[in-house]
Every structure is written in C-alpha cells, then in structure tokens.
Design a protein around this ligand. Structure first.
Ligand SMILES: C[S@@+](CC[C@H](N)C(=O)[O-])C[C@H]1O[C@@H](n2cnc3c(N)ncnc32)[C@H](O)[C@@H]1O
Length: 272
C-alpha cells in the first residue's frame, strides 16, 4: 500500500518510522511518503494561509499549494495507477471507525491532507471530489490543533489490518469492533503469566483447557464491558447479533429485550 501525507509539519509524522508501521515500511509492505506543503509555495515566506472570506477569527489554508501538491503527487503514480483515495482529516467529517479502517485498508493508495488553522479552502475538496474518492474523516468529537495526530491514528489502525503486518494474522479477529463476531462489542479483559500477582488470580476458566467455556466466558466479559462502557452499542446492535446465551447474559445484567428483539436499559425507550 502507498501512503502520501502532505503537511506543514513533516517532522510530526516521524512516529511513522517506529514500531509496527516502521517495520512494515522497512519490509516494503508500506510505501510512506511525507511531503512538506511549503514546497509548493512560491513566495519568499512560503505562505500557506490567508484570512477567511466573510471575516471571523483564524486563518484558512490557501487552495493553490494544496492543488499543486496533490496534482503532482497524483501524477507521480503514472497513467496506469489506480487513483488514490483522498483522506481529509476534519472534525466535521464522518467518524473514523474500525469499519472505515477495514474499507480504507483495501485501497492500494491513500493520500492524507492534515490541515492546520481553520482548515483547507473548501474548493480543494470540491475540486478533487469531482474526480476522486474523497473521504472527510473525524477521529472524534473534539478539535485538535492539526490533522497530523489524526493521520497517525488512522495510519496505525489501517496498517495493522494489512496482510503480513501483524505477526499473528489472527490478532485482530477478536479486537473490539472487529467485523463479524465482535462487530458490536468491546473486547473483554486479557491476562498473562504469572497466574497470581499481588493477590489477584487469573480467572480459573482460562486455564481449564476447555475452548468452548473459554470462548463463552470471553463473550460474557465482552458483553458486560460493552454494557457498562458503551451501552449505545448494545442498544443499536442488530438483534441477529445475539445468541440465546448473549440474551440471557444481557438479561442477567439488567437489560430488557424489546418487542423488536433489540435490548434497552430498563425503563428507557429504544431509539427507532
Ligand atoms: C483547529 S482544526 C480546525 C477546526 C475547524 N475550525 C472546525 O471547527 O471544524 C485544524 C485541523 O485539525 C484537524 N483536526 C482537528 N480535530 C480533528 C478531528 N477530531 N478529527 C480529524 N481531524 C481533526 C483537521 O485537519 C483540521 O482542519
């Protein structure tokens, strides 16, 4: 997979040389290219921002450097290359989820445009949106000073899904939000040796050697953790996601099954 990042702070992307992503780069599984947006400015001060039309506080990133940068990067793929997906970090974008990470991990080429100030002149997104697959993506309901940290977040989530990047290909199968069995659940607690630490023992079932019981215990823990930390996930889950043990576990946790099969907390209406 090829990843291009255009930024005014290339050094902010240094962590892409470390750990899992760094190793994937070294092995040639990821071709990461970080570009300094100021290389596409033509004035003495390498200006990338200007005052907003309509007034108001803050500055807006000028369209010209972004346009020139993106045109050159896209052209560098050659006429045969499948066009990249343009990923635009913005708090006003669609939420970045595991589902979106999986979808983006299937693209051969992603170009990220982390902004600063009040963001990028809208016409850049419109111009590329006419010709490319452009995704405006938010990593959460808060506002950061720039899009570089969101790019690090997204690249790590995407890279660990690429074939051969994780040592054990099964590792992300049971992750929280993993498509399939964990789609609506958070992962439960995990333990390693020693079996007793500061008086705390590991749950006995985990050394029973009984795979069915272990799987069920893990599922019950995932249900309990999700119910406690992310009740919204339980409420909106497809009723088909629950087997009869899940339903019993949720009822034991005080959840009520509605007529449409979905679960809600006692006394609360389920959002239709
Ligand atoms: C100060 S923010 C601009 C916020 C913008 N005025 C708004 O309220 O939507 C500057 C840049 O940081 C990045 N950014 C900040 N918060 C983000 C978030 N939650 N998700 C993704 N990108 C974010 C985006 O690249 C954004 O253009």
């Amino acid at each position: 997979m090829r990843l291009d990042v255009v930024t005014i702070f290339p050094e902010y992307l240094e962590p892409l040389n470390v750990s899992l992503v760094g190793k994937a780069r070294a092995r040639g599984q990821l071709d990461v290219r970080v570009h300094d947006l100021r290389a596409w400015t033509h004035d003495k001060h390498h200006t990338v921002d200007d005052t907003p039309y309509g007034g108001g506080p803050g500055m807006v990133m000028k369209p010209e450097p972004w346009g020139e940068a993106l045109d050159e990067i896209v052209a560098s793929g050659g006429p045969e290359a499948q066009p990249p997906v343009l990923v635009v970090p913005t708090p006003s974008g669609r939420p970045f989820t595991q589902e979106l990470a999986v979808e983006l991990s299937l693209a051969p080429w992603l170009v990220f445009t982390p902004a600063r100030y009040e963001g990028i002149d809208r016409r850049v997104i419109e111009d590329y949106g006419d010709r490319f697959d452009v995704r405006e993506v938010s990593i959460g309901d808060y506002v950061l000073a720039g899009g570089e940290a969101p790019v690090l977040v997204m690249v790590e989530a995407i890279a660990r899904l690429l074939p051969g990047v994780l040592g054990n290909a099964e590792s992300h199968r049971d992750d929280s939000f993993a498509p399939g069995v964990m789609a609506d659940l958070l992962e439960g607690p995990v333990y390693t040796k020693p079996p007793e630490w500061r008086g705390h023992e590991i749950p006995e079932v985990l050394v029973s050697g009984h795979h069915g019981r272990i799987a069920r215990w893990r599922r019950d823990q995932a249900l309990a953790r999700t119910a406690a930390n992310r009740p919204d996930l339980i409420e909106r889950a497809d009723p088909e996601a629950w087997d009869k043990h899940d339903r019993a576990a949720l009822e034991a946790l005080g959840w009520e099954r509605r007529t449409d099969g979905r679960f809600g907390r006692p006394g609360e209406a389920v959002e239709e």
